[in-house]
Ligand binder design. Structure first.
Ligand code: PLP
Length: 265
């Protein structure tokens, strides 16, 4: 059985967060394990409250889980606080040391919800940066790339520099800067480290209209994790995950009174 693990926050609507990750894992045919980092109170319109999990319980969830199941890929999403992020960092170190095989790590550096509610406290940025340094791939959207690197990402050049920094200085194996929030065509930039070289690839995207959709970032990063868990290489995993999310966006439907939800197939 191929196993993907998500370390993420709960979204009671099921549209984003770990519930979305588990739906994606199931749709892509891998078993989904989950470690909860935070509860949120939210509707499809907005986030009302964030309640971080006890950091010790986050670490214990990870320790007990990975002593039993060996995940083939791990995704990190919302971390809420620095204390929770430090527990996750420690848990990932232990997972690596346990030598259960090289489970690739995908980090979706969740900073805020679409309504602007912070989902990570600012003082946790240093810890998040170190977690990114352990990642096979980090998947920021434009504003996350800007906050993490402090670069102006309003031009292609700026996006390329931010991606270079996430790989060259933070130490991620690769960075996928998603372009959904750009003016014009929503191309994504994939920067991959290859020995001492860095290869930049612009991946063409098509604007899929119809208004806001909840949880697209969560779904993209968990789809990549699922594909890696099944044994795909990074480029193939990114390619199939992008097609999977584009298809789910085309099929998106309203569920509540706010943003539409992805329909997975
Ligand atoms: N709630 C949780 C638990 C999340 O992890 C995320 C995004 O990662 C969101 C809400 C935000 O979803 P959206 O981007 O649709 O605002």
């Amino acid at each position: 059985m191929r196993i993907a693990l998500t370390i993420a926050g709960s979204d009671p609507t099921g549209g984003a967060g770990l519930q979305a990750d588990l739906r994606v894992f199931q749709a892509l045919g891998v078993h989904g394990a989950s470690v909860v980092t935070a509860l949120t109170v939210q509707s499809s319109q907005r986030v009302h409250e964030v309640l971080p999990a006890f950091p010790s319980v986050v670490l214990n969830q990870l320790r007990v889980l990975v002593r039993d199941l060996a995940p083939h890929a791990v995704k990190v999403g919302m971390l809420a606080t620095d204390d929770v992020a430090r527990s996750v960092e420690l848990g990932l170190e232990e997972l690596e040391r346990a030598g259960t095989g090289p489970a690739p790590l995908i980090v979706d550096p969740v900073l805020a919800a679409s309504d602007g509610t912070p989902l990570l406290e600012r003082r946790a940025l240093g810890t998040l940066g170190r977690i990114i340094g352990r990642a096979r791939l980090v998947t920021p959207n434009l504003s996350e790339a800007e906050t993490l690197t402090g670069r102006d990402v309003s031009s292609d050049r700026g996006i390329e520099e931010a991606a270079r920094e996430l790989v060259g200085e933070f130490g991620a194996g690769a960075a996928l800067v998603t372009g959904g929030h750009r003016e014009g065509p929503p191309h994504d930039l994939l920067a991959v480290r290859d020995g001492d070289e860095l290869t930049l690839r612009w991946l063409e995207g098509e604007r899929i209209g119809g208004g806001p959709v909840h949880g697209t970032g969560c779904a993209l990063s968990s789809a990549i994790a699922a594909q890696l868990a099944k044994g795909d290489g990074l480029l193939d995993a990114v390619g199939s995950a992008r097609s999977f999310v584009a298809q789910a966006l085309r099929a998106a439907k309203p569920a509540g009174s706010g943003a539409r939800f992805l329909v997975l197939s």
